[in-house]
Design a binder for this molecule. Structure first.
Ligand code: HEC
Ligand code: HEC
Ligand code: HEC
Ligand code: HEC
Ligand code: HEC
Ligand code: HEC
Ligand code: HEC
Ligand code: HEC
Ligand code: HEC
Length: 408
């Protein structure tokens, strides 16, 4: 995993790894320069790498001190300048910019800085009352439920502030980056990995990673929102195909296992319909086995390109391979001329109609399987049969008597 975009974000906690590095750097600077966060400097910029390095001047004599200065010898991680009792944390003079962003964390909006910062603490980073996770979870009890789930997003195990600004941000939920969820994700995940495709999946194109992933934790692998089967995730947006699958008598072996990923990539791909491997878009294609590599990752290639066989396929007349006859030729038909890849109501995944011609009219297909062969009636040619044991005489195509059926 690269952190390609993280480096550009200087002022707030950046990427996951960078965050911890910056903490170390910031801590080191604090130790070396024993600085104090003076109000004026703090409001000029919140670049952690450039924390103020000024010496502390002694408070005027007689000022009631809320906080005594630590000597630099004590190696304090935190020391706050003197403030008057009852003086507000946010004023024109101090921390003036706090609470001005569009989304302000409730305790910050309420001016309750001390719910998280202890100005007398010297051993804690920024005087924080509790370390990373404990601080947030002390109020957000509900979020402890993350840790009971099966899959926890690794950054959530260490802290919340790699994604949420503890104070405020221009983005909802005080997120560190936005406006789309992808902008946040790509502060740590490699954008090229997820976005560099010719065909992006709808929600990836609209940069909505949260449509499928939970940012914190999930009961399912890869932090997906629905499961355990892939089809359940897809169903949340594509009702049509899962419904068709459910209502069909015959389902593809892969679909029976609830899987879509052998054929479709979830984020996107360089192939249409986000296929994982090549498959033709057209009805007729000059035969090239590579064109069907989507299917041949599981099925036997020779099933389609050996002209004669007694074992490779049941779609044969005697020894004559009828897959070869239809597919392996200059004007070869695509598999989905005959098969419905997801599910169908006829045996052997034979579809009930096939789109044909330039306007994609649907021609009806009636397939009847026999113990040793089958017959296939298309509305454009008479019934044709094949028999593996007693080969039938194959007629040439009769002149089509096309009965167009309106597409649905
Ligand atoms: C919900 C807890 C919380 C509250 C409330 C809170 N802070 Fe913080 N603050 C933090 C955390 C956590 C950090 C460390 C941030 C980091 O490591 O990036 C921090 C860091 C800081 C810093 C140093 C780094 C920076 O971001 O500038 C200042 C200054 C600061 N807070 C001021 C305030 C003031 C002023 C208030 C009240 C208006 C306030 N904080 C309220 C949690 C809080
Ligand atoms: C002192 C108590 C307190 C602490 C500590 C605290 N929060 Fe909050 N936080 C709140 C309150 C109160 C709200 C508003 C609750 C609501 O609207 O449901 C809130 C809201 C939020 C929200 C927005 C939730 C929403 O539905 O809009 C986020 C995100 C959040 N806090 C993250 C954090 C993180 C990260 C930390 C640790 C740095 C943290 N909180 C520490 C009290 C706290
Ligand atoms: C990897 C980034 C990331 C980390 C780490 C993270 N969050 Fe979030 N959090 C998000 C995103 C993104 C959302 C917005 C969710 C949405 O829009 O549905 C969110 C939303 C929230 C919300 C408001 C919505 C809700 O789910 O109730 C709260 C509260 C919250 N987070 C608390 C926390 C706490 C507490 C931690 C640390 C234990 C934490 N988050 C760690 C990314 C993160
Ligand atoms: C602060 C850094 C950080 C941010 C921001 C972040 N991630 Fe991650 N994420 C990680 C790390 C670290 C891992 C574990 C290493 C890996 O799988 O690359 C991880 C792993 C994952 C995994 C794989 C989990 C698994 O069990 O297979 C998914 C999915 C994921 N992140 C999605 C997201 C999404 C979606 C977002 C934006 C909402 C996001 N991440 C934002 C750091 C981050
Ligand atoms: C349509 C649903 C969907 C969307 C939208 C989506 N993902 Fe995924 N993502 C998945 C699924 C499912 C997996 C499981 C891995 C697999 O089988 O490819 C996954 C895996 C991951 C992983 C872990 C494996 C890997 O590839 O490194 C990361 C990280 C990740 N997604 C990040 C993102 C980010 C970032 C976005 C937004 C740009 C995003 N995802 C959008 C469904 C989605
Ligand atoms: C958050 C909603 C959402 C989820 C979840 C989702 N998709 Fe999509 N999907 C879309 C959108 C939007 C499009 C683009 C519009 C369209 O072509 O329908 C799309 C397009 C597609 C396409 C391309 C259609 C074409 O004709 O080019 C395929 C294939 C696809 N999705 C498969 C899946 C699979 C498999 C899953 C489950 C892992 C899934 N989708 C989950 C929203 C979603
Ligand atoms: C064996 C490979 C394979 C599997 C598994 C598979 N698909 Fe497909 N899918 C295809 C092919 C091939 C097409 C193109 C078919 C067509 O145009 O009729 C397609 C088309 C699609 C389309 C676009 C439909 C359209 O009308 O343009 C969507 C959406 C889709 N599949 C979703 C899914 C979902 C959801 C799953 C998992 C339940 C899934 N697919 C499983 C091969 C597969
Ligand atoms: C990930 C592996 C995989 C991929 C990819 C795959 N199939 Fe299948 N296919 C199977 C399995 C498993 C079966 C069930 C075998 C069985 O029942 O003996 C099957 C069965 C079939 C059947 C026979 C159905 C029946 O009822 O006997 C047809 C037809 C079929 N696949 C066509 C295709 C086509 C066309 C493609 C490419 C678009 C394809 N398959 C891609 C695994 C796959
Ligand atoms: C002209 C229509 C047609 C075309 C085109 C076609 N098939 Fe078939 N296929 C059939 C028929 C009919 C059967 C059923 C044979 C039987 O069981 O009697 C079948 C059976 C299958 C089977 C089950 C095992 C077997 O061979 O008996 C698989 C797998 C299969 N086809 C895959 C494919 C693939 C992959 C393609 C594309 C390369 C394809 N088919 C193209 C008609 C076709």
């Amino acid at each position: 995993m690269k952190n390609s975009k993280g480096g550009k974000r200087g002022s707030v906690s950046s990427g996951f790894f960078q965050n911890s590095q910056m903490i170390i750097v910031a801590g080191f600077l604090l130790l070396v320069f024993s600085p104090v966060l003076s109000c004026a400097q703090e409001s000029q910029g919140r670049v952690r790498g450039s924390l103020p390095q000024t010496e502390i001047s002694s408070p005027p004599a007689g000022t009631p001190l809320f906080l005594a200065q630590k000597s630099s010898a004590e190696k304090a991680l935190f020391s706050h300048p003197a403030i008057q009792e009852g003086e507000p944390c946010v004023s024109a003079k101090c921390h003036a910019e706090r609470g001005t962003a569009s989304y302000v964390h409730t305790p910050v909006a309420q001016g309750s800085c001390v719910s998280c910062h202890d100005l007398t603490a010297s051993k804690a980073r920024f005087g924080l009352k509790k370390p990373d996770l404990d601080l947030c979870l002390s109020c957000h009890e509900d979020q402890k439920a993350f840790y009971k789930q099966e899959v926890i997003h690794p950054p959530v195990k260490t802290d919340c502030i790699s994604c949420h600004n503890p104070h405020e941000s221009p983005y909802k939920f005080q997120l560190e980056s936005g406006p789309s969820s992808a902008r946040l994700c790509f502060t740590c995940h490699d954008e090229e990995d997820k976005m560099e495709y010719t065909y992006l999946h709808g929600p990836v194109e609209s940069e909505d990673c949260l449509a499928c992933h939970n940012p914190h934790a999930s009961s399912y692998k890869h932090l997906v929102r629905q499961g355990p089967q892939e089809i359940q995730l897809c169903e949340s947006c594509h009702q049509e195909i899962p419904k068709k699958i459910e209502n069909s008598a015959h389902k593809h072996g892969v679909i029976n296992k609830g899987l879509c990923s052998p054929c479709h990539a979830f984020h996107g791909s360089n192939l249409t319909k986000h296929w994982t491997r090549r498959f033709p878009d057209k009805f007729y294609n000059p035969y090239d086995p590579k064109l069907y590599s989507l299917c041949f990752q599981c099925h036997e290639k020779r099933q389609a390109f050996l002209s004669r066989s007694t074992t490779l396929t049941n779609f044969r007349n005697g020894k004559r391979n009828l897959h070869y006859l239809h597919v392996t030729r200059k004007k070869g038909r695509t598999c989905i001329a005959c098969h419905g890849v997801h599910a169908t109501n006829q045996e052997r995944l034979i579809r009930s109609s096939t789109p044909f011609g330039p306007s994609h009219f649907h021609i009806r297909i009636v397939f009847v399987k026999t113990p040793t062969g089958g017959t296939c009636t298309l509305s454009c040619h008479v019934a044709k049969g094949y028999d593996r044991e007693k080969p039938l005489k194959l007629q040439a195509d009769t002149k089509p008597t096309i009965k167009w059926k309106k597409p649905k």
